[in-house]
Each structure stands twice: as C-alpha cells, then as structure tokens.
Ligand binder design. Structure first.
Ligand code: GLU
Ligand code: MG
Length: 452
C-alpha cells in the first residue's frame, strides 16, 4: 500500500509514505547499523509506552502498524487498568510509526513516535499525537503558524525503585542489551521476530514470531526459547517460561495464531459470515470452541496453569470466541489494512508449559474436527465474557482439567492413547505432589522448568 496507489481517505491521518521513501529510511537505518526500532506512544497518564520491531519491519510498523488494546489508554500510573466503555478488553488499535520523525540513536537503536489508528487506518480519536496534528493543521488552515518551545526539568538520582511500566519504553531499555542480542541471535538463526515489547508483568517480555507452517512454527518456539536461555546466560540473567513465574505476578501466555486457507483462499476472511468468516472458517472456530474444555489439559495442563487461566488475566479463561476479544479463549483477528497477515484466530488459553508440537496438533485437530462435522459458527461474545451470564468457563483447577482430558473420546482420537496416557501420567504426578502446596512455593519450584 502506498500513497501513490491508495488515496488517503482521511487527510489528517498520518500520511502513508510511498515505497521509495520507506526504502530510503531503511537504507539510512542500515548505514547506521540500526537493529531495533522503538515506536513510542504517550498515554493519558503521561507514561511513555512502546512497541519495537527489528529494522526489517520498519515499513510494516509505518504502514499497517503494531497492535495495541484500546485499554492501553486507561493503563494507570500503578499499572491498574481503569476500564471504561470503549476502553476494554475488546478491540484493537494500531500504532503506526511516523518515519518522517524517526531518529537514529547510537548503539543500534532508532526511535520514532507513533500514532494510533483503528484497524482500517482511520485516526483513533483517543490518539493525542493525532489531536495535536489536527490542532496544528487547524491553525495552518487559518493561515497561522505556531512554534512551541519546551523546557524539561528533572532530578538526577540513584537508580533505585525504577518501576516496570506495562508496555513501557523504560522497561524495554532496561533490558536493551539483552533484547538486542537476542534479536540478533534469532535473526542469525533464521528466525527474525515480528515485534517485541515489555509485557504487563514485571520483567515480562513478549516476542512475536512470524506465521509459518505448523511444524516450523513449533520448531521456532523451541529455537526461540533455546536462544533466549543462551543469551540470558551471557548477561547473567535467567528467563522463565513458567505459566506463573511469581505467585503475585502476571502469567506467561504462549498464544498460537492460526490461519487456514483452501486453494489459496483464506477461511477466516472473504466469506459471507460475520467479520468475513467463510462457512468452513466458522466450522473450524466451532470445532475449536467446542473442544477446548476437553483439550485444555493439553494447552494449560500443568499444576501452575490454573493460576494463570483466570478471568481478568487476558488468558482466555472462557470457552467462546469474539472479534479482538482478549478475554475470549479464541480471539478473531480480522483481515484489515492494519493486519497484513490477514485474518487469524488466536488461541489464548495456552501457556508455555504446553508442548508446542502437541498444542499445535491439538489446535489443528480441533479445527479439522469442526470442518468435518460442519459445525455452525458459535454465538459471538462481543464483550468481556465475564459480563455475559452463562458463558462457559473452561475447567478450573488441575483436577477438573485432567478429568476432562481423561473422559474425552475427542482427546483420545486427536492425541492417540499413548500421548494421552503419558500426558495424564505426568500431570497427575504434579497434581498429587504439588497440587495442595502453597502457590508461591510451587511457582518458585517450577520457575525455570520450561526454560532452556
Ligand atoms: N500474559 C497474558 C497471558 O497469560 C497475555 C497478555 C496479552 O494478551 O497480551 O496469556
Ligand atoms: Mg501479549
């Protein structure tokens, strides 16, 4: 998409540079040996938050943007989330980097401000940089040119008590050397990431890997975890891929995005159903949603998993689906200009204690089961499922999770008896040995179990 081929329907949106201009920026970054581009947004509380991409993704950061929940705008200074209508767990905004304002910083880093748009590219009314852009343009339309000079006062002090701002730029820079080295290691191993950011929990990072065929995707998880552990060692750090690294902290998810095609045509877009779903795409979602309760022991089966799979943790604790619904187990990410990979469904009720091969196989199996049975698309949940009485909660507690797996003919069919027997055996051992123990102790005991 370029400004030459697509007329901009919203004149005051951040203009889309043409490909030549984007290439010129990329060349400038290459000349300066920049590896990572951080794009910032300042939220209403005044906190600077960020998403970052490897430089190869500079154009994607500018044109389509990187995703952000509308609730980013109501993150509080203490990381509480002051939910309001329209600023909840449903919906998706795009952060688009303004490459005309990009600066090359020393040390392999570049910075650019971002603006928030909706997925179709319309400026988001909540975007403060967009508001200023319009205010400036408004004066210019009146023939008036404004100039503003800012003063910065600040105190220089010892580095103690630095907070972990969720999705903040500060936390990302605290870990900059580690992040830069990890991204370089991943790229060198042929696994360039799509984006990286400081997640909600203290010390928590998120890497997004590009879509690949399922085997390569599961291999990629293993390789990425291997490199994360290896680079961490060099920095005298450690990385936890536990569902609950610290009892009082945020959970780690291991979400999987699934897209499906038939004859090169996507099943989750371009159809007649809601949000462009095709009949088969709807059936696949039907199969996934219908089978989640049976298979949750594959996706979130460890003794720590139930402590993460809770309402309010964006972990998908409800067996339902919804467009851009971060509390639904199945979040539909529709094909929009802001989502160049096209439509996918994101399985959220999965954590890193799951075997990635087994989890991906189970996910594919559920989708295939829905297609084979021609299941109808289930009713969409368009709000926080906790607010909809009767929305099915996934089995809560490891005993219930394992009982569901044990009783399920579907699980036996999709996994085969050997895998199911072995999985149940190890998870029952966990439950019997640690299930009644204090959560803080269990979190500590298994903090690095799923790490390399
Ligand atoms: N950390 C959350 C989880 O456990 C996910 C947060 C997010 O949706 O970005 O799945
Ligand atoms: Mg996340």
């Amino acid at each position: 998409m370029t400004s030459t081929s697509t007329p901009d329907p919203t004149p005051r949106a951040l203009p889309v540079l043409d490909q030549d201009a984007i290439t010129a920026v990329e060349e400038r970054l290459a000349v300066h040996d920049v590896q990572l581009l951080c794009g910032t947004v300042v939220d209403p509380a005044g906190v600077i938050r960020a998403k970052a991409v490897p430089v190869a993704r500079t154009g994607a950061f500018h044109v389509g943007g990187m995703g952000a929940s509308p609730s980013w705008n109501v993150f509080c200074t203490d990381n509480a989330i002051a939910f309001r209508p329209g600023f909840g767990v449903v919906g998706d905004l795009r952060l688009r980097a303004d490459l005309t304002a990009l600066r090359v910083l020393e040390g392999g880093l570049a910075w650019a401000p971002t603006e928030m748009t909706t997925q179709d590219g319309t400026p988001a009314p909540v975007c403060t940089r967009g508001l200023l852009r319009r205010a400036q343009a408004g004066l210019e339309e009146r023939g008036i040119v404004a100039r503003v000079g800012a003063e910065l006062e600040f105190v220089v002090t010892e580095r103690v008590g630095h907070p972990w701002n969720a999705y903040g730029l500060g936390p990302l820079l605290d870990l900059e050397a580690f992040v830069q080295e990890l991204l370089a290691a991943l790229a060198a191993a042929g696994l360039p990431v799509e984006q990286v950011h400081a997640e909600y929990g203290a010390g928590q990072l998120e890497l997004s890997l590009p879509p690949a065929d399922p085997l390569a995707a599961a291999d990629g998880v293993v390789l990425a975890r291997t490199l994360a552990g290896r680079v961490a060692r060099r920095h005298d750090l450690a990385v936890s891929f536990s569902p609950l690294p610290f009892a009082d902290g945020a959970g780690n998810g291991a979400h999987l995005h699934l897209s499906l095609h038939r004859d090169d045509r996507p099943l989750f877009s371009g159809g007649d159903g809601p949000h462009g779903l095709t009949r088969e795409g709807g059936a696949a979602i039907g199969g996934i949603v219908a089978g989640l309760a049976d298979l949750i022991g594959v996706f979130s089966g460890s003794v720590l998993s139930p402590h993460r799979l809770q309402p309010g943790y964006w972990s998908g604790a409800f067996a339902c689906w919804g467009l851009e619904n971060r509390e639904a187990a199945v979040r539909l990410c529709a094909a929009t200009p802001g989502n160049p990979h096209g439509a996918s469904v994101e399985l959220k009720c999965i954590d890193p204690s799951a075997n990635p091969y087994l989890a991906a196989a189970a996910l594919l199996g559920l989708a295939a089961d829905g297609v084979d049975r021609g299941l109808p698309l289930p009713q969409e949940v368009a709000v926080n499922p906790a607010e909809v009485p009767g929305t099915a909660r996934l089995p809560a507690g490891q005993a219930a999770v394992l009982a569901a797996l044990e009783a399920s003919p579907l699980a036996e069919r999709l996994l085969g008896p050997d895998i199911r027997t072995a999985l149940l055996a190890v998870r029952h051992h966990e439950r019997e040995t640690y299930g009644d123990a204090d959560v803080a102790g269990v979190a500590e005991r298994f903090r690095f179990t799923w790490s390399v």
